[in-house]
Design a protein around this ligand. Structure first.
Ligand SMILES: C[S@@+](CC[C@H](N)C(=O)[O-])C[C@H]1O[C@@H](n2cnc3c(N)ncnc32)[C@H](O)[C@@H]1O
Length: 163
C-alpha cells in the first residue's frame, strides 16, 4: 500500500476527532467504499452520520458497509449534480469531494455546496486528488468566482477549503 495515495482516509479521521465532526457528506463513495469503511471503523462518535453520493453503486461497497449500523450512514445512488439529494441532508460539518475528477464536476461540487445551504459557518470542504491539473484549476476558479477560501498544501494531494 502506498501511504501517500492512501493518506486521505487517515487525514479525514484525524480531522473528525480534532473538529468533533457529527456529519460528513462524501461525494464519490468508490467501488469499495474504502474511505467510508475506514471512517466508520475508526471514528467512534455516538451521533456521527455519513452521507455518500455515488452514481455507480457497487456490490462490494455495500458489502463492506453492511457490517456497520445502517443508522450511521446513508447512500444516495445518484450524481452529485442532482440538487434533490441535498434537500435531504441536514447541516454538514465536513464535505469530502472525491467524485468525478473533471474540471466542471469539481467546480460544480464546490458550487452546489454553497448554493444548497448544507454548510454551517464552520463547515469544511476537503478535496481529494488536488495534484490533478483539472482539479487545481476548478479550485482556483472557485476561489475567484465563488469566493471559496482554500488552503493549498504544496506537494500534497489533499486540500482544505471553506466559504
Ligand atoms: C476516486 S473514487 C472515490 C473513492 C472513495 N472516495 C474512497 O476514497 O474510498 C470516485 C468515485 O466517484 C464516483 N463518481 C463519478 N462521478 C460522480 C458524480 N457526478 N457524483 C458522485 N460520484 C461520482 C465514481 O463512480 C467513483 O466511484
Amino acid at each position: 500500500m502506498n501511504p501517500f495515495l492512501d493518506s486521505y482516509k487517515y487525514f479525514v479521521v484525524g480531522l473528525c476527532y480534532q473538529l468533533k465532526v457529527n456529519t460528513i457528506l462524501e461525494i464519490g463513495l468508490g467501488h469499495d467504499a474504502a474511505a467510508v469503511d475506514y471512517i466508520l471503523n475508526n471514528y467512534k462518535e455516538e451521533n456521527f452520520h455519513i452521507y455518500c453520493i455515488e452514481p455507480f453503486l457497487n456490490k462490494l461497497a455495500l458489502q463492506n458497509l453492511s457490517k456497520y449500523d445502517n443508522r450511521k450512514y446513508t447512500i444516495f445512488n445518484g450524481f452529485s449534480q442532482d440538487k434533490r439529494i441535498y434537500k435531504e441532508l441536514l447541516k454538514i460539518d465536513l464535505v469530502l469531494i472525491d467524485g468525478d475528477h473533471h474540471y466542471e464536476s469539481v467546480f460544480n461540487d464546490i458550487k452546489i455546496c454553497k448554493e444548497t445551504n448544507i454548510l454551517e459557518n464552520n463547515s469544511i470542504i476537503i478535496i481529494h486528488d488536488t495534484d490533478s491539473e483539472q482539479i487545481e484549476r476548478a479550485i482556483l476558479d472557485a476561489e475567484r468566482i465563488l469566493e471559496f477560501k482554500y488552503l493549498i498544501f504544496p506537494k500534497c494531494n489533499i486540500g482544505i477549503g471553506r466559504f
